[in-house]
Design a binder for this molecule. Structure first.
Ligand code: NAD
Length: 490
């Protein structure tokens, strides 16, 4: 039985600095998306408190011995952390579900295990990535050695609070850095528990700190002189601000995982139309489309278009809209009533502009106390329309049809985004041509969405980001390379 009472969940509404809970800051109300109840408040950190968190992290980096510890020992502590997360699954999953858009069955079976396994993956990297010996003159030794940056500033979004945070924090800590994480002010609590568990696992206090607050707190963190690197996940607009802050405060290296408007290309030769319909549906209904890699543009070859759209629309009907703390919930609420209203406005405007509403286009059950939006299909659309060009971050699928491969590629090309794409075809040659031609940081063929292969990096092209989360790349991005040349001729 996974269902729980949302009023019985203990909320750690504090910062976490130097291994202890710290209070302080003006209260920001936090709302439960499932029923629009203001269920807690989070303190908005002052400038001084950000200072305190970063200075604490810097001291821990310098004095705790974490960075200098043998990589194998760092790995052991991180694996203990992963084990504790798994043992704490009930608490963490409820804390994650209660105030986010993630149904309890998803947090128990996916978010928490995925977060723990990601930490284990980076623990294993600690002693597997080093520098190089470089060919040089016979009486010289040339090499590169790598070292942690110091304190990494991490800023996370609200859509998968624990998983997104773990993608930032785990490689940074495994690489020997200290971290100050600022979660989204809309989903701030579960990462505090994550940080408590890190200390319980033997990661020195001060190596993983959480500072709560709004965008200004994020900006202050990114600009802090003791922050040596910034890693950010969020919207493209905020990503540009973070990049500016990094440029203006010491040309800091920055990793940006940003928005997308990802196409799914379906060709007439697909073997199993029901399977593909489920896949396309999952790619836009998971977390109600509030996913950076949501497959929000369906590009389908004319021969299968009609049949496929019908089937996707019937798979949509299977979604169960219930509060995230209910066992059977599968459809996620929209993060707020305001966001649901914004999604609805975009859909209505697109219809006014000439699009056809195939299904959806309204709230579930017409209730005004929760924000479940019906999975929606818009046809007769084009790239000039807001709904096709811009990230909606809701369960809205825009469908266009094509005849030839060239036309499919033309439609797939987006003027600014390049996060991910899906190709569904039984023709391997065509799949490979598409993989080569699509302007996207990830291309999935005959599947859509991430696997449990943490070794596969993720990150966007163009305005969808800079650098990668996951994979060896994310570990390496958390260490800097020092070049050494030793003259032993004398
Ligand atoms: P957001 O950009 O509004 O906020 C992200 C974080 O940045 C929050 O913690 C916020 O408080 C903070 N922030 C806001 N203004 C800031 C500033 N000026 N300086 C520093 N920090 C600031 O994004 P969101 O609404 O929380 O998340 C949704 C967005 O994230 C979508 O665009 C989605 O595509 C993107 N996203 C991308 C990925 C990826 O891997 N590419 C993954 C998840 C989400």
């Amino acid at each position: 039985m996974l269902s729980f009472n949302p009023d019985e969940v203990r909320i750690p509404n504090n910062h976490f600095i130097g291994g202890i809970a710290v209070e302080g800051g003006e209260a920001i109300d936090v709302m439960r998306p499932s029923d629009a109840v203001l269920y807690a408040s989070v303190p908005n950190a002052s400038h001084d408190l950000v200072d305190q968190a970063v200075e604490n992290a810097w001291r821990a980096f310098k004095e705790s011995g974490w960075a200098n510890r043998s990589p194998r020992d760092r790995a052991k502590a991180m694996k203990r952390w992963a084990n504790l997360i798994e043992q704490d699954v009930t608490t963490l999953a409820q804390l994650e579900s209660v105030g986010s858009t993630r149904p309890i069955s998803a947090t128990v079976n996916w978010d928490i295990p995925f977060c723990a396994e990601g930490i284990r993956f980076y623990a294993e990297y600690a002693d597997k990535c080093g520098g190089d010996v470089i060919p040089t003159q016979d009486d010289h030794l040339g090499m590169t050695i790598t070292e942690p940056f110091g304190v990494v500033g991490a800023i996370a979004p609200w859509n998968f609070p624990l998983v997104m945070a773990s993608w930032k924090v785990a490689p940074a800590i495994a690489a020997g850095n200290a971290v100050v994480l600022k979660p989204s002010e809309m989903t701030p609590f579960s990462v505090v528990r994550l940080a408590e568990l890190a200390v319980e696992a033997g990661i020195p206090p001060g190596i993983f700190n959480v500072i709560q607050g709004d965008g200004l707190v994020g900006d202050t963190l990114a600009r802090h002189p003791l922050i040596s690197k910034v890693t950010f996940t969020g919207s493209t607009r905020t990503g540009a601000l973070v990049m500016t802050a990094c440029a203006q405060s010491g040309t800091k290296p920055v990793t940006l995982e940003l928005g997308g408007k990802s196409p799914q290309l379906v060709f007439n030769d697909i073997k199993d139309i029901d399977k593909v319909a489920r896949r396309i549906s999952g790619a836009i209904t998971t977390n109600s489309g509030q996913v950076c890699v949501a497959g929000s543009r369906l590009l389908v070859q004319a021969g299968v278009a009609e049949q496929l759209i019908e089937r996707i629309s019937s798979v949509f009907e299977e979604q169960v809209a219930q509060s995230t703390w209910e066992n059977n919930a599968t459809l996620s609420p929209i993060i707020s009533l305001k966001e649901a209203d914004r999604i609805d406005t975009v859909v209505r405007k697109t219809v006014e502009e000439g699009a056809s509403l195939f299904t959806g286009g309204c709230m579930v059950g017409g209730t005004d106390s929760s924000a479940f939006y019906k999975p929606t299909i818009l046809t007769n659309v084009n790239m000039e329309m807001d709904a096709v060009r811009n990230e909606i971050f809701g369960p809205v699928l825009c469908v266009e049809t094509f005849e030839t491969d060239e036309e499919a590629l033309q439609l797939a090309s987006h003027p600014s985004y390049g996060l991910s794409a899906g190709v569904h075809t039984a023709d391997l040659n065509r799949a490979m041509r598409m993989v080569k031609s699509l302007d996207a940081g990830t291309v999935w063929v005959n599947r859509y969405g991430r696997s449990w292969d943490f070794a596969i990096p993720t990150g966007g092209f163009k305005s969808s980001g800079i650098g990668k989360d996951l994979g060896r790349q994310a570990y390496e991005a958390n260490r800097r390379t020092k070049s050494v040349l030793i003259d032993f001729s004398e």
